[in-house]
Design a protein around this ligand. Structure first.
Ligand code: SF4
Ligand code: SF4
Length: 352
């Protein structure tokens, strides 16, 4: 029968073989920053993500047994994605910008299938029957704190997990398991120090201070989560971004060592050279079936049609308000899209 330490060694070795860049184990204690999370909710910084504030989500983030009653340990894994910018051909057309994590396959599926394989390997290795649950974003966990506790890195001022030597271009997953594993925590003496580059560079000044993000101002929230009209005062600050934002990671000195494309699992690599900088007119002209094909199996499928067109209208207003696509969007059947196109039109005098 394997000891907890042997099982931990086994599970980390398996995780690396599955392509994870980092893995560790922690216990199931309530996260130390749980009260800060509650304060974040109290301030309303989660915006319209009301699900985050329901009873189940609050309780599960405090007590992992809400997600798996038999849980004894949490295996935390990090998968790298590439931040290498892929330059599209210069066609002279107005282009948007998409966050790097969203250029390949949907990481939820990629990580979940790897965690399922990890759970199966762990079950085979264990003498006792075990239960496990693979969690990727959809389950309410404070993943970044668990990752820090498991020794994967530290939670930085921009609220991302930074793994020294790997940077922050990683996606996290957690395998909750009834197997009793030895925790891997090592005290990290790395932190942000006096650096404030991310806080200073954020286009919308979404940080209230170190570790404090007002999601309502964050471009990732505005272009992905929010289904509402974009606040007027933030539209000019969104620039050409149509799905997510990487600024507070791009400026981070820890990301100077970000992973090469060779170390990224193939599913997370950009699907093509245009994905990071799609032509805005192309995005606006996608019919229903074309749009489904374009976002199939990709994170951009989280955008409804009207969200994507709203984002395209704002990007056009900021970069190419004279583009004929603005007029096409002004005639769209959706009132929110129409209004954002009228706003884009109104930018002609200020930007030309
Ligand atoms: S993702 Fe962009 S908008 Fe959001 S906090 Fe980071 S820099 Fe600011
Ligand atoms: S940019 Fe500086 S302050 Fe921000 S996360 Fe990186 S090291 Fe920390």
């Amino acid at each position: 029968m394997s000891s907890p330490a042997e099982l931990t060694e086994f599970v980390i070795r398996q995780a690396m073989e599955l392509g994870f860049a980092k893995a560790g184990v922690t216990g199931i204690e309530t996260p130390a920053h749980y009260e800060e999370y509650l304060a974040w909710l109290e301030r309303g910084d989660h915006g319209t993500m009301a699900y985050m504030d329901d009873e189940f989500h609050r309780e599960a983030r405090q007590n992992m047994q809400q997600l798996l009653p038999s849980v004894s340990s949490a295996v935390v894994v990090a998968l790298s994605y590439s931040n290498a910018e892929v330059k599209p051909p210069n066609t002279g057309e107005a282009r948007g910008r998409v966050a790097q994590y969203a250029l390949g396959d949907d990481y939820h599926h990629v990580i979940k299938s790897k965690l399922t394989a990890l759970a199966e390997a762990l079950a085979e290795q264990s003498a006792e029957p075990i239960e496990s649950r693979a969690c990727v974003d959809s389950a309410p966990l404070l993943e970044r704190e668990l990752a820090e506790r498991a020794g994967l890195g530290f939670v930085a001022k921009n609220t991302m997990l930074i793994t020294p030597g790997l940077g922050s271009y990683t996606l996290l997953g957690v395998l909750l398991t009834s197997a009793i594993l030895a925790p891997t925590h090592q005290d990290s003496n790395r932190d942000c120090g006096t650096c404030t580059a991310c806080l200073d560079a954020c286009p919308t000044q979404a940080f209230r201070g170190p570790h404090k993000l007002d999601a309502r101002r964050c471009i990732s929230y505005l272009t992905i989560e929010s289904q509402e009209p974009m606040p007027m005062e933030l539209r000019p600050l969104v620039g050409d971004r149509v799905f997510g934002c990487d600024v507070c990671q791009d400026v981070c000195p820890y990301n100077a060592v970000a992973p090469s494309r060779a170390s990224v699992v193939p599913q997370l690599l950009p699907r093509d050279n245009e994905r990071a900088r799609p032509v805005l007119a192309m995005l606006a002209s996608l019919g229903s079936n074309q749009r489904k094909r374009y976002v199939s199996g990709n994170p951009m499928r989280r955008n409804r049609r009207e969200q994507l067109l709203r984002n395209v209208a704002v990007a056009l207003g900021n970069t190419a308000p004279d583009d004929p696509t603005v007029e096409a969007l002004a005639d769209d059947r959706n009132p929110m899209v129409q209004e954002h196109a009228r706003w884009a039109r109104s930018q002609r005098t200020t930007s030309s």
